[in-house]
Ligand binder design. Structure first.
Ligand code: ATP
Ligand code: MG
Length: 432
């Protein structure tokens, strides 16, 4: 038993004392067998959800119709799910019916892959009726039962297959590979939210590059419910084909990126997506507004900096100017994230040389103002001083002052800024 499992033992003991079976299941068992760090400890039990609820004062009925109750213990949530079987899958995505059962081996039989269909008893003993441990040892991904049938029941399992292949460096069993090739098109029935959740896990894993390559070689990318435009699909496949051929660094160096949304931005840039293509992909994948805005800003920042050219020329005034504009437009935080993203890009895709990154970072650190709210003169000061009615000129003028201060060309003092604004405004009028 791992330490995380020992922590959860009181839950198992309580269930057993009231006459039920209870064991550890799922990803935690798989990772424990592999000696890897454990994430969530999940428990399966013969107890019905109402029995589980009655036993634990602190619990949340997370998904009662599927038999899942979340039990809180010392602030840690544990999913406790009643042994169940699923039947009559509807539309290749979800079971019509969930039936609670009394036997663990039946519950394990419904699970997708042999390595996900093992259980650990409270004694620490492994229960592994479908030889998951052997498959793991032989580095093979195998379905519980017939792969084709399992993929037809729930097509998302094909995306999960790709995730597990890459995350655990496995090879697909012949039946799994055939199933992927034969049933890929069924992915069209699966909600994009579910696909996104799996892709997110892939990109967040230790081996996003490998996951991308498996995705492309399995052909699954062609079958999204919300299809990718042909052009993007070709771009993706081209980039991944190069990466697969080992052509050095067709993919970003994901190991430099801790944040999953930085990884999304780097991936989209590496496959040559511009802002609008990236937007199409992110909205097809149902990204939240907040996440897609952030990712798109990173891409916009890259486009802006690339268009300034001279990413390796420190003396370029244009570089400093573009960077300052970018910081003011996208905000300091996003700008710092971009530095990381740009540093991870493949050379062919506008990678930022380390020395330039250090230079830009120091420019950022020393920038006298980084946002409008830090400017010594505000909108109403300006309006009063110039005696003009409010209008679009106002934000234009504020941003111009802001840029001048940020570049160190004007001091951030109210009187000086107002005087400068006056001069500019008179100049503008004489030009009209
Ligand atoms: P991770 O460590 O990434 O969470 P996991 O194996 O725990 O991986 P989950 O999605 O958390 O994956 O699912 C928990 C368990 O539920 C799996 O190990 C598997 O036994 C079962 N499972 C999940 N999704 C499916 C599915 N689509 N079909 C069959 N079984 C599934
Ligand atoms: Mg899990």
């Amino acid at each position: 038993l791992t330490d995380e499992m020992k922590e959860a033992l009181p839950i198992i003991e309580a269930l057993r004392q009231s006459g039920h079976e209870a064991v550890f299941v799922g990803g935690a068992v798989r990772d424990a067998v592999l000696g890897l760090p454990i994430h969530d400890v999940d428990i399966a039990t013969s107890a019905l959800p109402e029995h589980t609820m009655a036993l634990f004062p602190k619990c949340i009925p997370t998904g009662l119709q599927h038999g899942t109750v979340t039990v809180m213990q010392k602030g840690v949530p544990y999913e406790v799910t009643t042994y169940r079987v699923e039947s009559q899958y509807e539309g290749h995505r979800k079971p019509k019916e969930v039936v609670f059962v009394q036997r663990l081996d039946e519950d394990l039989l419904r699970r997708d892959f042999t390595m996900n269909a093992m259980a650990i008893q409270m004694s620490g003993e492994l229960y592994d009726p479908y030889q998951g441990e052997r498959d793991l040892r032989e580095k093979r991904l195998r379905c519980v039962g017939d792969a084709g049938a399992r993929f037809q029941e729930d097509a998302l399992r094909m995306v999960r297959a790709v995730r597990f292949l890459s995350a655990y460096e496995l090879a697909p069993a012949m039946s799994v590979w055939r199933g992927l090739k034969k049933h890929g098109a069924l992915l069209r029935h699966v909600a994009m939210e579910r696909v996104q959740a799996e892709l997110d896990k892939m990109l967040g894993s230790r081996s996003p590059g490998r996951a991308c390559i498996w995705l492309a070689s399995s052909g699954l990318l062609a079958f999204w419910k919300e299809p990718l435009p042909e052009k993007i699909l070709n771009q993706v496949n081209e980039a991944l084909r190069k990466a697969r051929a080992g052509s050095e660094s067709a993919m970003p160096d994901f190991s430099l990126l801790a944040n999953v949304d930085e990884r999304w931005a780097a991936l989209l840039l590496a496959i040559s997506c511009g802002g609008s293509e990236a937007n199409d992909i992110l909205s097809a994948l149902r990204f939240s507004n907040k996440r897609s805005t952030f990712i798109l800003q990173l891409i916009a920042c890259q486009e802006k900096m690339e268009s300034a050219g001279h990413l390796s020329d420190h003396d370029s005034i244009q570089l400093k100017r573009s960077w300052t504009e970018a910081v003011l437009r996208f905000g300091e935080q996003t700008a710092r994230h971009w530095l990381t993203v740009a540093g991870s890009l493949p050379e062919t895709r506008g990678s930022l040389p380390k020395s330039t990154a250090i230079y830009l970072e120091s420019v950022l650190d020393e920038m006298p103002v980084k946002a409008l709210k830090k400017l010594a003169a505000g909108g109403s000061d300006l309006q009063k001083h110039l005696g003009l009615p409010p209008g679009p000129w106002l934000s234009g003028m504020l941003n111009r002052l802001l840029l001048a201060v940020a570049l160190g060309e004007a001091a951030n003092e109210k009187d000086k800024l107002l005087a400068l604004a006056k001069i500019w405004s008179e100049e503008d009028q004489s030009h009209e």
